[in-house]
Design a binder for this molecule. Structure first.
Ligand code: C2E
Ligand code: CA
Ligand code: CA
Ligand code: CA
Length: 277
């Protein structure tokens, strides 16, 4: 029995060791992924109550030459911890601005949302990065929405507000991503130049069957309405969810019911009206 215990510990250490090596390997390859042409931004449309695609979120996709597609759930945290997110984040800003110009040129103008990591937002030159990306592409800042998370609102809130105001002066709008999942107080809602709240899919998935999730979603919608904020629901997969959200006053929906995230080229060939049928 004693031996089995030792073996179990040895096995545990081996798996830990393997995990660390795996992580280091991914981190190493991730640092080279952009230069190697392995990264792509995909677009997932956001649909209003009439089924019109009024906006889209850009999401990063990494196709590793050996591993194949690597989920952002795996590589974004590694990118955050290693600092590689700064390089990836700047690249997504440029990609997003270029996409805005392409869409406008094709007569398919819409708002594009980009995820900004807290680490990137706090960089001294973040505002310069945004300006440079807009200028290089010749993109219209009034169609750009930056998705930030509540994490940014816990520490250094004064600095966050200053930065947001400066970017807002350029015409850029802000969305709170994963709303309701963070630990910040709600008092920031009246102090920030916010345009939108995004309800996290964890609140949507069991709705309307789960009364607690349903109550939370209804409360967010009613609060947002009073604060005159747009609300986008994320992870809408069923007709029932969509019908419930629309009836409760949700402004836009994003989810597999309407469309999966897709390459921008494919989006260029897709109807701008999506009914989810
Ligand atoms: P997020 O910002 O909350 O993005 C929404 C996630 O929900 C995306 O996962 C999207 O593909 C997924 N999704 C959309 N509709 C549905 C649905 O109907 N059902 C389900 N089950 N899922 C749905 P994805 O693309 O795997 O991204 C995961 C997370 O990785 C994102 O969560 C975001 O936090 C991060 N991420 C992705 N791209 C970027 C990026 O370019 N920059 C940064 N900083 N983070 C990113
Ligand atoms: Ca997001
Ligand atoms: Ca997120
Ligand atoms: Ca989310």
């Amino acid at each position: 029995a004693k031996n089995a215990g030792r073996n179990r510990i040895a096995f545990f250490e081996l798996t830990m060791q393997k995990k660390i090596e795996e992580r280091l390997a991914i981190e190493h390859d991730l640092a080279l992924a952009i230069a190697a042409g392995q990264m792509e931004m995909v677009l997932q449309p956001q649909v209003d109550v009439y089924g019109n695609a009024v906006g889209g979120e850009l999401l990063m996709r990494w196709t590793h030459p050996v591993r194949g597609p690597v989920s952002p759930a795996i590589f974004i945290p590694i990118a955050e911890e290693s600092g590689i997110i700064l390089q990836l984040g700047n690249w997504t800003l440029h990609q997003g601005c270029q996409a805005l110009v392409r869409l406008a040129a094709a007569g398919r103008q819409m708002d594009l949302s980009i995820n900004v990591s807290p680490h990137q937002f706090r960089q001294a030159d973040f505002i310069e990065q945004v300006r440079a990306a807009l200028a290089q592409a010749g993109a219209d800042p009034t169609h750009l929405i930056l998705e930030i998370t509540e994490g940014l609102l816990i520490e250094n809130i004064e600095d966050t507000i200053d930065r947001m105001l400066e970017l807002a002066r350029l015409g850029i709008r802000f969305s709170i991503d994963d709303f309701g999942t963070g630990y910040s107080s709600l008092s920031y809602l009246k102090r920030l130049p916010l345009f939108e709240l995004k309800i996290d899919k964890s609140f949507i998935q069991d709705m309307p069957r789960d009364p607690d999730d349903t109550a939370i979603v209804q409360s967010i919608l009613s609060m947002a309405k009073h604060l005159r904020l747009r609300v986008v629901a994320e992870g809408v997969e069923t007709r029932q969810q969509a019908d419930f959200l629309m009836a409760a006053g949700c402004d836009a929906m994003q989810g597999y019911l309407y469309a999966r995230p897709m390459p921008i080229d494919k989006w260029m060939q897709t109807e701008m009206t999506l009914t989810g049928e």
